[in-house]
Design a protein around this ligand. Structure first.
Ligand code: ASP
Length: 310
């Protein structure tokens, strides 16, 4: 049984830990397919979801994951919390930690929020559910589990297309690729690539059509409008879709075996055409299903091997 103290990012995990979480996640997929979707693993554990940014998939899947493993789960969103009354992040964190949860699941727009909180909140495990454009580790574990279920990720070419500059998902994939043995190809306009992107040592292209041959996965990213500081990253939605949107023609050029993935939320008609999102090549809803299993695995690893007694 592996015990994790916190989960801040892929950068803090080694290959063995990732494989452990994937194995555990894989074994937990079945819990959500049973008529009675409940296991006793986290009985007596308390999990607080503290979300300062919007979320559908991540927040709900952490909640369902905790509940399916019999933990008590409490959800707090910034819009209904005392941060609206001027309370600082640290005061909110310390207040919640004083109620002695085992795990605090945190999403925040500022990179490094989880590490920061962990320095002050002793005895509470913290898991990063997305911090600014820094990291989103449980999304990447989810994607790896989805790829594993679809035949594996090793030596595969994953072409990540879109707003790489502001995407924590893109960044976490770049970190995971070297560790786990798959290749990442980045496709984006210059304005949506991070500074010093060359240091990741991956292929970079501004031409989506040229990057399609040889791709095993086309991984589409949403333009993170909430993080854009200007409105000149691309000329218009129509032109963006034409240059960087995944449409039927591009999917056909990728070939039959190429999978389509997206971390959600999708903006249909922007980074992905609606018929492609609903096509047989898409693994987008599988990603959602596996997200529950992976979050079960992560919560179990954070709570350690004490089962319901601790
Ligand atoms: N859901 C992912 C995230 O929180 C991707 C996105 O929002 O576009 O980073």
């Amino acid at each position: 049984m592996m015990k994790l103290q916190h989960l801040f990012g892929i950068a803090d995990l080694d290959k063995e830990q990732i494989e452990y979480l994937l194995n555990l996640g894989e074994s937990l997929i079945d819990v959500s397919r049973r008529p009675i979707r409940k296991a006793p693993t986290l009985r007596g554990k308390t999990i607080i979801n503290l979300f300062f940014e919007n979320s559908t998939r991540t927040r709900t899947s952490f909640e369902i994951a905790g509940k399916r493993l019999s933990a008590d789960v409490i959800n707090i969103s910034a819009s209904t919390s005392a941060t609206k009354k001027g309370e600082s992040l640290l005061d909110t964190g310390q207040t919640l930690a004083a109620m002695r949860p085992h795990v605090l699941v945190v999403r925040h727009s500022i990179s490094g929020t989880c590490q920061f909180l962990s320095e002050y909140l002793e005895g509470t495990s913290i898991v990063n559910a997305g911090d600014g454009s820094h990291e989103h580790p449980t999304q990447i574990l989810t994607d790896l589990l989805t790829l594993r279920q679809a035949g594996g990720y090793e030596n595969k070419v994953i072409t990540i297309v879109g707003d790489i500059a502001h995407s924590r998902v893109g960044r976490s994939h770049l970190l995971a690729a070297t560790l786990m043995g798959y290749r990442v190809r980045l496709v984006a306009p210059k304005t949506l690539l991070p500074a010093e992107v060359e240091r990741y040592g991956c292929e970079i292209s501004h031409d989506f059509d040229a990057a399609i041959p040889g791709s095993d996965v086309l991984y589409m990213l949403r333009v993170q409008t909430e993080r854009l500081t200007d409105n000149c990253s691309f000329p218009s939605i129509r032109e963006y879709h034409e240059a960087y949107g995944l449409n039927r023609k591009r999917l056909a050029a990728a070939g039959k075996g190429c999978l389509v993935m997206h971390p959600g939320p999708m903006n249909r008609g922007v980074e992905i055409a609606s018929d492609v999102a609903d096509s047989a090549s898409a693994r987008i809803l599988e990603q959602v299903e596996h997200g529950v299993a992976i979050r079960m695995a992560v919560l179990t690893a954070l709570c350690g091997d004490t089962g319901g007694e601790g």
